[in-house]
Design a protein around this ligand. Structure first.
Ligand SMILES: C[S@@+](CC[C@H](N)C(=O)[O-])C[C@H]1O[C@@H](n2cnc3c(N)ncnc32)[C@H](O)[C@@H]1O
Length: 271
C-alpha cells in the first residue's frame, strides 16, 4: 500500500481524472497515477496532494497538463495493417460508389485519440494512394495530449519510429533529415490536428470514417458508451467505425452494426 497516495486521495484523484476525461484508474494502474502526481508536485513545488488538488480545481491549464501526463501515447505507423487493408479493399470502394453517385468526392475522416500523428498520417497517405483521380480527403486528428499533438503537427519522426512504413511510402511521402524523417507537406496539409477531449461533443458531422483505436480501453464502460454514441452523431449514413483490435462494442447496446470482411472487422452506421 502506498504511503504517498492513500486510498482517500486515490479516490479523489481518480474521480477528478475520470470526470474530466473518461480515463479510468483502478488498483492495477494506480502506481502510474502515483508517479505522475509525484512529478506534478515536484514541478509545481507543492508538498501535499490536497494543495495540488485545490490547484487543479481552479487552474484548467494544470488539469490539462495532468491529463496529458496520465495518457498512454503508444502508437506506430500502419498499426494493425488489417484495418488499412479493409480501408483499401472494402471501405473506399464502398464510399466511392455511394458518395460518387451524389457527386461528393471528399472522404472525411476523424482519428480520435491520434496521439503523435502516426495514425492520421497513415490514413492520409493511404487515401492519397488509393482514391480515384478527382477525389480528395480531409483527416481531423484529435487528442487530449498537447505534447503528442505538437509532435503530430511537427511531423518529424526519429529513425526508430519509422518502422512499419512500406518502402515506397517512405520514399514518396517523407524527407530524410538528420536523425529521422519529415512527413512531406502534401500529406501534412490533409491532416488537421486539434485538441479535443472525447468527454465532449466534437462538433464534427457527416464523417465517413472514424478511427478510435486503443483509446476506449482506458475508459470504463459508461465513458466508452458515451463516446461511441457521440461518434454515431458525428458520422454520416453508411459510414465506418474502426476501434482497436482488443476493443469491442459487444454488449454495449449501440446503434452500430458489426461487419466482418475478409480483411478486418469493424462497425458500421447504416441509418
Ligand atoms: C494508445 S494511444 C492510441 C493512438 C492511436 N489511436 C493508435 O491506435 O495507435 C491513446 C491516445 O488516446 C488519447 N486519449 C485518452 N483519453 C482521451 C480523451 N478523453 N480524449 C481524447 N483523447 C484521449 C491519449 O492521449 C493517447 O494519445
Amino acid at each position: 500500500m502506498s504511503e504517498f497516495l492513500g486510498d482517500a486521495d486515490f479516490e479523489l484523484y481518480s474521480k477528478l481524472i475520470y470526470d474530466a476525461s473518461g480515463i479510468h484508474f483502478s488498483t492495477t494502474n494506480r502506481s502510474i497515477l502515483e508517479s505522475r502526481l509525484k512529478e506534478r508536485l515536484r514541478e509545481k513545488k507543492l508538498d501535499g496532494l490536497r494543495a495540488y488538488y485545490q490547484l487543479l480545481l481552479s487552474d484548467k491549464e494544470e488539469l490539462k497538463t495532468l491529463l496529458d501526463s496520465v495518457t498512454t501515447n503508444l502508437t506506430r505507423f500502419f498499426r494493425n495493417q488489417a484495418h488499412f487493408d479493409a480501408i483499401e479493399h472494402f471501405v473506399v470502394p464502398e464510399l466511392v460508389k455511394l458518395k460518387g453517385a451524389g457527386g461528393d468526392r471528399k472522404v472525411k475522416v476523424w482519428s480520435a485519440g491520434c496521439s503523435t500523428g502516426e495514425e492520421p498520417y497513415t490514413i492520409a497517405m493511404l487515401l492519397k494512394e488509393i482514391l480515384p483521380a478527382g477525389w480528395t480527403c480531409e483527416v481531423v486528428a484529435s487528442d487530449i495530449s498537447l505534447k503528442s499533438l505538437m509532435v503530430g503537427k511537427e511531423g518529424f519522426y526519429p529513425d526508430a519510429r519509422i518502422v512499419g512504413i512500406p518502402e515506397n511510402y517512405l520514399g514518396k511521402y517523407f524527407e530524410k533529415k538528420p536523425g529521422g524523417y519529415q512527413i512531406k507537406d502534401e500529406v501534412k496539409k490533409l491532416v488537421r490536428f486539434d485538441y479535443h477531449n472525447l468527454k465532449n461533443d466534437s462538433g464534427l458531422r457527416n464523417l465517413d470514417i472514424v478511427f478510435c483505436r486503443n483509446v476506449l480501453i482506458y475508459f470504463d464502460e459508461a465513458a466508452q458508451k458515451a463516446s461511441v454514441e457521440r461518434f454515431y452523431e458525428a458520422m454520416s449514413s453508411k459510414s465506418f467505425l474502426f476501434i482497436g483490435h482488443s476493443e469491442s462494442l459487444f454488449g454495449m447496446n449501440t446503434k452500430f452494426e458489426f461487419v466482418k470482411t475478409d480483411w478486418a472487422c469493424f462497425y458500421r452506421k447504416f441509418v
